[in-house]
Design a protein around this ligand. Structure first.
Ligand SMILES: Nc1ncnc2c1ncn2[C@@H]1O[C@H](COP(=O)(O)OP(=O)(O)OP(=O)(O)O)[C@@H](O)[C@H]1O
Ligand SMILES: [Mg+2]
Length: 163
């Protein structure tokens, strides 16, 4: 795993981690899971198959949830009971439907909320206080870029595991 920055200074500086395997992406997720707090709303941006769900698995693992995390197929929302409750949204299939018509609740303040395809629900997207972008660099390589969020999260991206 390698971490880096885009070299810009100031609050807009991006910080990223490149992973070379699913396991490394999960490891980054586990480290994020160690610093999440109740009320965090994390938007995960990225195309199909970039590793959003694998990252969620790592976050959930750190909170004691070891099974059941997957990309919901027709369900837009899952809740896992960990050290903190985890609200997992996958809005891929929301396209065209208004958030108010989904019957889904707002992110719970006592939970950690993670959202795949957040841009498909503007309302939910606006709630996100933390934003991570995933891109595929190759068959097994992914770049996870910290876009926005508190320093406790930014720090996770500033050191590749093993540093
Ligand atoms: N470094 C890596 N990190 C994460 N996943 C990887 C990596 N290399 C290869 N992969 C593969 O990429 C896929 C990532 O799947 P995942 O379900 O996490 O994607 P996703 O972003 O949630 O996609 P979707 O938008 O369809 O939900 C898996 O098939 C996984 O094996
Ligand atoms: Mg997914």
């Amino acid at each position: 795993m390698a971490s880096g920055s885009n070299g810009l200074k100031g609050p807009a500086t991006n910080t990223f981690v490149d992973t070379a395997s699913v396991e490394e992406t999960r490891e980054l997720g586990r480290r994020l899971g160690q610093v999440v707090e109740a009320g965090d709303v994390i938007a995960l941006e990225g195309e199909l198959g970039t590793g959003k769900t694998e990252l969620v698995k790592g976050i959930a693992e750190a909170l004691g949830v070891t099974s059941g995390v997957h990309s919901p197929t027709f369900v837009l929302h899952h809740r896992y009971q960990g050290g903190l409750p985890i609200e997992h949204y996958d809005l891929y299939r929301l396209e065209g439907m208004a958030w108010v018509d989904t019957g889904l609740d707002e992110p719970a303040p006592n939970a950690v909320t993670v959202i795949e395809w957040p841009e498909r629900a503007g309302v939910l997207d606006d709630w996100a206080t933390i934003r991570i972008r995933l891109t595929a660099l190759g068959e097994t390589r992914r770049r996870l870029t910290f876009v926005r969020g508190p320093d406790r999260m930014r720090r996770v991206f500033q050191h590749a595991p093993g540093d």
